[in-house]
Design a protein around this ligand. Sequence first.
Ligand code: ADP
Ligand code: TYD
Length: 213
Amino acid sequence: MGGVLVAFEGIDGSGLSTHARLLAERLSLEGWKVVLSKEPTSGPVGSLIRELLRGEEVDQDIMALLFAADRLWHLRRGVGGISLEEALRREYVVILDRYKHSSLAYQSLAAREEWVELVNSLAPDPHVVIYIDVPVNVALERVRRRRERFFYEEEGRLARVKENFERVLKRAEGKGVLVIRVLGVDARGERSVKEVHEEIYAKLTDALRSLPR
Ligand code: ADP
Ligand code: TYD
């Protein structure tokens, strides 16, 4: 039996960092062995990626290579802790704030999807993806309230990234990845962080009990 790789995915501002952290804290309190980490990482390639995302000239073929290199660094070398591969060998639940499906959804804005698949082919699929579905206008409103803007945080681009997520996650399901979809808003508008967290927690703990490993 190995560990479990759980990746949070969604557009910018959908609440990935908030919910990855809440889930990791709760599972740890319950006695699970948990590693929480994020991509882009704070390692050497991740730092370069952030610098490039502050600009307007972003070549997605090159970004696909950089995100894939950052991911392989994360898997093999680790960033500020044990590597992801080591954590999985030691049977941790590894919770990631973004992973390879972000590359498939974002870099295929301009790169060919086969290229993005190819450069990511050494990164294993996650066991579980938790996809937080938030409309583009809500996500952008949240993003505007915080730090500087990154390249992708623009209405037209994020709308296309959202369509890409829907397509790539359907394909992932076909390959055996368990995709948990959670709505980040409801018909009345914003859902509270607590309500969304409870849904994620319930669905993920069900999955952890039943996943063949
Ligand atoms: P991301 O990592 O996806 O960019 P963050 O978790 O950093 O998103 O930020 C999401 C922001 O939206 C936070 O300021 C949070 O307080 C706010 N927010 C409002 N409602 C929710 C919700 N239901 N779930 C998560 N975040 C929410
Ligand atoms: P983000 O999670 O917003 O980083 P931070 O919380 O440090 O601000 O990620 C930065 C951007 O990178 C975000 O717009 C999504 C994008 N991204 C990709 O385009 N491809 C990828 O493979 C990953 C992991 C992220």
